[in-house]
Ligand binder design. Structure first.
Ligand code: 15L
Length: 270
């Protein structure tokens, strides 16, 4: 990898990556719809709207690998999800193909499978169960990645990011937390591993309470260093301050599941 493009450079993950990935590749192009306020002087930034195919095509010229963090990062109206996460994601993969980019690491989310109950342990081979329009857009991105990998030979890694933070902040996050260094490790596997063609990984640290089997990531050498249980006492204290959420507390996706929920089904039957 000579030149790596990172979209979503002004977001929460992008902001941390600008420090953690700095110097890892000879040339890193940072992009976002808005300029980050804390951009370092030596960092190469290109402002672009991923909703515009021509702009994304220009952005991908001369690029070897892409880390696609751009788009909406939580639930939003259909119009916003459509433009940033559906059209924007298509533009990204199509521009990558046209520019002969070798690899894409796609920031998927745990919300692609949020409607699995917490009592069920899942691997990345289970069918998607999105918990929101946002989750659907992440499942779409994973499917699009598979198309471009198998049809056009792009090497694609989808990381279903749990909760990216310095520490897990509540009970649910003890199961799905990923520390910044561990996410950086997964991204680098996606950019560098020679055997990779198309894979889905769970973006989780070493979490004893995990609902996920991350065997695929371990096969590629992922060795998480963050240990969620080290923060269990503070996370469980914080949990006590949260209001009860019978639907959200049953499912892996938490409040993304209970938001707008009007199903007549008994959640404990699923
Ligand atoms: C996500 O996908 C979001 O990007 C993040 O803001 C958190 O809400 C996280 O999921 C989570 O599930 O905690």
């Amino acid at each position: 990898m000579q030149t790596v493009l990172v979209t979503g450079a002004a977001g929460g993950i992008g902001t941390r990556l600008r420090k953690l990935l700095d110097g890892a590749y000879p040339n890193i192009v940072w992009s976002d719809i808005r300029r980050p306020s804390d951009l370092a002087g030596h960092q190469n930034f290109v402002q672009a709207d991923i909703g515009e195919l021509a702009a994304v095509e220009k952005l991908c010229a001369g690029v070897d690998g892409i880390v696609h963090l751009g788009g909406e990062s939580v639930e939003q109206s259909w119009e916003r999800i459509l433009r940033a996460n559906i059209v924007g994601c298509y533009n990204l993969f199509e521009a990558a193909r046209r520019n002969k980019v070798q690899r894409v690491v796609f920031a998927s989310s745990n919300h692609a499978v949020g409607f699995y109950p917490r009592q069920r342990k899942i691997g990345t081979g289970e069918p998607v169960r999105p918990d929101s329009r946002y989750g659907v857009s992440k499942a779409f991105g994973e499917a699009l990645g598979a198309l471009y990998a198998h049809k056009h030979g792009l090497r694609v890694t989808c990381i279903r990011i749990g909760n990216f933070a310095d520490t897990p902040v509540d009970e649910r996050r003890l199961a799905i937390w990923i520390g910044p260094e561990d996410l950086t490790q997964l991204i680098r596997i996606g950019l560098d591993h020679p055997d990779l063609r198309y894979e889905i990984f769970f973006g989780a640290s070493n979490n004893a309470r995990a609902w996920w089997d991350n065997e695929a990531a371990f096969r590629y050498g992922y060795r998480p260093t963050g240990v969620a249980e080290n923060f269990a006492a503070q996370a469980m204290t914080a949990q006590k301050t949260l209001p009860p959420d019978p639907i959200g507390d049953w499912y892996q996706g938490g409040p993304f599941c209970s938001d707008e929920y009007d199903s007549g089904f008994d959640p404990s039957a699923t």
